[in-house]
Ligand binder design. Structure first.
Ligand code: ATP
Ligand code: MG
Length: 263
């Protein structure tokens, strides 16, 4: 089981779109996949066709030890795949978890522990982190083997990246020796823009093979899909954006073949 956190403390950079579409694309490629929604906004939950209103159990209950992951996960209702595609959903209730977890022991390890009991259920676990470096994101980083960082190729893209990289380094040093940055994913790419190309080249120069080969273009079909409660790769599989996420899933499947998973 490979566990990846999709993180960037910047808002609106494409974390949720990446998590939902990569998860659905992996399932379409026959990989048993679990999406963990760690954002109280619950956008990833809705984007997989799971209604966030009136959830009996959610990731909140799992983090607080009020429910087991097996009780709280739900199958994504979007598309029929050869492999299972489950969601550990989130909603507003999760916003309270931060404060309520204060008195719990090893509070940054709650998600890691919950996933450990299900390590044989999935090939991939993808965690959608909120736009902050909070206790929720920390739970994501402590549970993960790697971090996927979606980035827009715009002028301020690199700003704030060092905060994220430093946080990942600290987590690696103190809490999770397994953690690595697997890669930067260029999203909302506009190939008619010179600036997009310049920033993209700059990323490649600075980060080398830490930059994924796949480029996700700006594509309106990806933005429309959530309003239908579907991942873009289900909503319009032929669209350029969907095709990019399907290619990214293949790149990830190849990547983990040479990836040493620690026990
Ligand atoms: P937040 O920080 O609020 O959690 P996020 O990083 O999860 O945001 P998304 O919600 O995935 O970002 O994307 C922000 C907006 O950009 C959404 O409206 C989404 O539909 C749109 N979007 C994401 N990727 C693309 C794309 N490749 N092409 C067009 N629109 C996109
Ligand atoms: Mg999001």
């Amino acid at each position: 089981m490979h566990i990846f956190a999709v993180a960037n403390q910047k808002g609106g950079v494409g974390k949720t779109t990446t998590t939902v579409n990569l998860a659905a694309a992996l399932a379409q490629h026959g990989q048993r996949t679990l999406l963990v929604d760690l954002d109280p906004q619950g956008n990833a939950t809705m984007g997989c066709g799971v209604d966030k209103q009136g959830l009996k159990e959610s990731v909140y209950h799992v983090l607080l030890g009020l429910a087991e992951l097996g009780q709280a996960r739900l199958p994504s209702t979007t598309g029929s795949y050869t492999a299972r595609f489950d969601v550990l959903p989130a909603n507003r209730e999760l916003a309270g978890a931060e404060v309520e977890m204060v008195d719990l022991e090893a509070r940054e390890m709650r998600l890691k522990r919950a996933l450990a009991a299900h390590r044989d259920d999935y090939d991939f676990v993808l965690i959608d982190c909120p736009p902050s470096l909070s206790m929720l994101t920390l739970n994501g980083l402590c549970a993960a083997h790697g971090v996927i960082i979606p980035m827009q190729c715009e002028y301020y893209a690199l700003e704030g990246l060092s905060d994220l990289v430093n946080t990942i380094k600290k987590v690696h040093a103190n809490l999770n020796r397994d953690l690595k940055i697997i890669g930067l994913l260029r999203v909302m790419f506009d190939n008619r823009s010179t600036l997009s190309k310049q920033v993209s080249d700059q990323l490649e120069q600075h980060f080398g093979d830490k930059v994924f080969k796949t480029l996700v273009p700006r594509n309106v079909r990806l933005a429309e899909a959530p309003s239908y409660g579907m991942p873009g790769v289900v909503f319009d599989r032929a669209a350029k954006g969907a095709q990019a996420y399907l290619a990214f899933a293949e790149e990830m499947i190849e990547r983990v073949k040479t990836w040493k998973e620690e026990a």
